[in-house]
Structures are given as C-alpha cells and as structure tokens.
Design a binder for this molecule. Structure first.
Ligand code: ASP
Length: 343
C-alpha cells in the first residue's frame, strides 16, 4: 500500500514528469519525448510558417498535417523565396519542387512543377494516392490538375519580374551562388534579400514532432533563381533535402542543392544522430564532409542543415555565417542563429 507521504512524493514526481513530457524508448534506443510538440524551420520565413504548423500541433494534431500546413504559408508569400511568387529559371518560368515525409517513412515528392500554388500538397497526394514517391514536370502537373488543384496563370510576381529583368542584363549562364551573399548584409534573420533587392535563397524546410512523439518533415522551393531549365536541387529529393526516421529524428537542408545531393545530406545527418550524435554535431559532421569534398570552392557555396531528434533536441550547422532557423514550442517562439564553419 502506498502511504500518504509516499503518495504525495509519487504524485509530485509524476506531475513533474508529465510537465516534462512522457518518455518512451524507440527500437533504436533513442529516448522519445511525448506531449512536447515542437516545430523548427529554415530561415526568417520560418516564423510565420511555424505559426501555421502550430494551428495543428497546438491542438494535438499530427506532425504530418502540421508540416504541410506550415510551409503552405510560405508558398503563398509574395516577394519571397518559395511558391509561384519566386524567381524564375533562366528562361523566365517559375518551376517548383517539394517533398514530404511522415512517421511511417511514407514519402511523396514533386519536381519541375509549374503553375500550381501548393506543390507541398501535391507531394502529399503523390504519397497518399499513388504507388510512387516522385512525379515530375508535366506528369506532376497533370496529376495535380486531376486531383483538383487549379492551374494558375503563368505570370511572374512583380518582384520576380524585376529580378529577372536585372538578371537578363548580364544573363550569366549560372544561378547566383545560393545563399552566399546573404551573410554580408542583412543579419541572420532576413530571408535573404540582397542589397540589389533580389531574393536569393529559395527554400523552406520544416521538421516537427507532435504530441504523440511522431515526426514528419516538409520542404518546398523554387530552387535556385535563374537556374537552367529543368534543374532540380536537393529539395524534392528524399534523403537529400529532407529525411525523417521516426526512430531517430529528422533533418532538412537548404543552400546549394547540388552539394547536398552529393552527400545524401539529410539522410547522412539522421544516420549520425542514430549513432548518438546530437542534432548540431550531426549537422556539423556533414557540413565538414561537404567542405572536404569542395576544397577551396567551399568558400563560394552555402549549405545549412537543420535537425531535430526524438528527445526534442534541435540544432543546425552551416558552411557560412548567415543561416538561421525558427523554432516554436509550447513555451517559446524565436529565431536561432546557426553555428557555421567560415566567416
Ligand atoms: N536547396 C535549394 C536548391 O538547391 C535552394 C535553397 O535552399 O535556397 O534548390
């Protein structure tokens, strides 16, 4: 029988434990926190996106719904980096890439998708309604239309039109170095608006854990501004731009997609977390790997990783100064400056 004193001690302890969130253990031996939802997402636009995600997470909803709803906010922002308002490819067309992954390792992706407002939702439909993981180009668009997504007008936003006209003056046969100019001017929280008024980075990646301790992630982008027509980066590629393993954690990437793909970036970060590294240490290891591969060229590219593990710990690392991420939990909502390797 539990006497009164022990009972009081016991209930004080369990009260404290439920305040901290319940703990469970995954098959990989990773401690899981339940009852402590959390969402993190890349760059300054992540603040608004996290609020969108919180409409789901705050009510005890599923992380998958949260990460879709969250990045949909960014896809609608005008003059930004994601969605139909973003910079076009070098032929003047906005082409969008997105992917999503849930706690069961279900995943869906679209790439080179034109004239659709919410590529993330099309990616989710690919995951849920087809036997495939990835649809691209006209096939992805055809699927989206068949699913009831309206085909939007093919028109650049006023900001993108201006940026494109500027770019056409030189028509350099390469996109600007993704994210790199950002470090110079605008402080860590600005969503990469350059001195020239151009938007440079073009992605939001988001990972979340819901009240049941389940994780999901999403990533959506217009890729690199003024890219070659048909170019895909890391963002729609499961394992590169995004990876979720509900036993271990989740990671998303931003920056020069080609160099994220080279190291299967987000998957590598999750595998390092599986071996026991913290999110920040795992992100750092993969950043170091990219720098080793790139050698002197690393100074010209930016890559940032953002990760969350099953304990609710989060962390990021970037090649250069300037990367930041937004976080939201029950008790806080803020931006965090990522550590980096190079000034
Ligand atoms: N990773 C994206 C890409 O390469 C771009 C970005 O993060 O800004 O398409």
């Amino acid at each position: 029988m539990v006497n009164r004193r022990k009972f009081i001690q016991f209930s004080a302890f369990t009260g404290f434990a439920s305040l901290l969130g319940k703990r469970a253990w995954s098959a990989d031996g990773m401690e899981t926190i339940k009852g402590k939802p959390i969402v993190i997402s890349t760059w300054g636009s992540g603040l608004a996106a996290n609020k969108g995600a919180w409409e789901v997470l705050g009510k005890g909803g599923r992380a998958l719904d949260a990460v879709e709803k969250g990045v949909m906010v960014t896809e609608l922002e005008d003059n930004c980096c994601v969605g139909l308002g973003a910079n076009p490819d070098r032929d003047g067309f906005v082409t969008l890439d997105a992917c999503i992954m849930d706690e069961f390792a279900n995943c869906g992706s679209v790439a080179f998708l034109e004239r659709i407002k919410h590529p993330i939702s099309v990616a989710r439909r690919v995951m849920e309604k087809t036997p495939h993981v990835m649809l691209v180009g006209s096939g992805a668009q055809q699927f989206a239309v068949a699913e009831g997504f309206p085909l939007e007008e093919q028109k650049l936003s006023p900001a993108a039109q201006k940026n494109y006209e500027n770019w056409l003056k030189k028509s350099e046969y390469k996109p600007p170095a993704i994210n790199i100019e950002n470090k110079k001017d605008h402080g860590p929280f600005a969503p990469n608006k350059l001195e020239s008024g151009e938007w440079n980075h073009d992605t939001i990646g988001m990972v979340a854990m819901d009240t049941n301790g389940n994780m999901s992630g999403s990533c959506t982008t217009s890729g690199a501004g003024f890219k070659m027509r048909g170019r895909l980066g890391d963002s729609p590629i499961i394992g590169a731009g995004l990876f979720v393993d509900n036993e271990v954690g989740a990671c998303t990437a931003t920056g020069q997609g080609e160099d994220v793909i080279r190291v299967a970036g987000s998957h590598s970060v999750v595998e390092l977390m599986r071996q026991g590294l913290s999110p920040e240490a795992a992100c750092k290891k993969v950043i170091e790997r990219i720098i080793r591969i790139k050698g002197a060229k690393a100074k010209d590219i930016q890559v940032g990783f953002l990760a969350l593990n099953k304990k609710g710990q989060h962390g990021a690392y970037a090649i250069h100064k300037g990367f930041s991420y937004a976080i939201k939990t029950n008790d806080m909502e803020k931006m965090i400056v990522s550590k980096y390797m190079m000034e």
